[in-house]
Design a protein around this ligand. Structure first.
Ligand code: CP
Length: 312
């Protein structure tokens, strides 16, 4: 297969395993490209992409922008805070006005779950979900699983634990879909109040004890507590959360085995992960960021391939 089975990237749950493998193989090529002295290819010279961010972002926004530039696409950057959305314009009107300027693809981060899918059904452009509320963050899961593949050679059979605020995490949901699709074993670990009620129906098991979870796994993906999505307290205090679910160097050393640590960022150092772990050789956090550019180049390139007609 050399084409994706989908016309938009809305979530991992809409993809097939062959799509993930194609994205990884394409990212392998682009990773080699972005490590050359000349990091740019002319592949998307005729494609215009709008990056619409209705929610804050550092990594995803810059990584998409760089991926698009490396592919020679023309880009527009839109930030809701400085836009006419503040004057009451609807999402569809906003996007249709941008598309009237001859834009081919929209990369969107939005606080509402389902916003990317809604857009894909109501406007005429390729839509890439850069995170929709608590729903999915497909490119984050792709770069996480790609980084696991890079570290271990394959994802199949690897034991991965996702630790922390699973309830509010689009990263957790997309990772669970991607890891299951690729044949990894997945556990989740966190306070009961931050685990969705029927999480096991997604093919994961629960391990409430962090040390047992870490002793079992090959890699741990440490998630931030998403205070901005909470309308009440889900645990007594940050200090108690850190005592039970914070990853420290003494805890890692007590395992008597080497494990790999991932974090999607932004990190709250001293809460879910201590600084000495985050900066240690166990952590592949900056590799994840580097791989994010190659993965996003692959996603954009493969989706745009459906647009670009052969030259006459
Ligand atoms: N991982 C991630 O989505 O980070 P940003 O919110 O900075 O984009």
């Amino acid at each position: 297969m050399n084409t994706l089975s989908v016309d938009h990237l809305l979530g991992i749950k809409y993809l097939k395993e062959a799509d993930l493998q194609l994205i990884f193989e394409t990212a392998d090529h682009f990773k080699e490209v972005i490590n050359r002295p000349i990091k740019k290819v002319p592949s998307l010279r005729d494609v215009t992409i709008a990056n619409l961010f209705f929610e804050n972002s550092t990594r995803t926004k810059l990584s998409f922008e760089l991926a698009e530039k490396r592919l020679s696409a023309d880009i527009l950057n839109f930030s809701a805070a400085q836009s006419s959305v503040k004057k009451g314009e609807t999402l569809i009107d906003t996007v249709n006005n941008i598309l009237a300027m001859k834009v081919d693809m929209v990369v969107m981060r939005h606080p509402n779950p389902g916003a990317a899918e809604f857009l894909s059904k109501n406007v005429n452009a390729i839509i890439v979900n850069a995170g929709d509320g608590t729903h999915e963050h497909p490119t984050q899961a792709l770069l996480d699983t790609y980084s696991i593949r890079e570290r271990f050679g394959e994802v199949t059979g690897k034991r991965i634990v996702i630790v922390g605020d699973i309830l509010h995490s689009r990263v957790a949901l997309s990772n669970i879909f991607a890891l299951n699709m690729l044949g990894a074993e997945v556990k989740v670990c966190g306070p009961k109040s931050l685990l969705p009620k029927h999480i096991e129906s997604l093919g994961v098991t629960i391990e409430p004890d962090l040390k047992r979870a870490l002793s079992w796994c090959d890699a741990a993906n440490m998630l931030r507590v998403q205070n901005e999505r909470m309308d009440k307290s889900y645990f007594p205090s940050i200090r108690e959360y850190t005592q039970l679910y914070g990853l420290t160097l003494p805890l890692l050393k007590s395992l008597r085995k080497e494990i790999t640590i991932l974090h999607p960022g932004p990190m709250n150092r001293g809460v879910e992960i201590s600084s000495d772990v985050a900066d240690s050789e166990h952590a592949i956090i900056l590799d994840q960021v580097e791989n994010g550019v190659a993965i996003r180049m692959a996603v954009i390139y493969l989706l745009a391939a459906k647009l670009i007609k052969p030259q006459q």
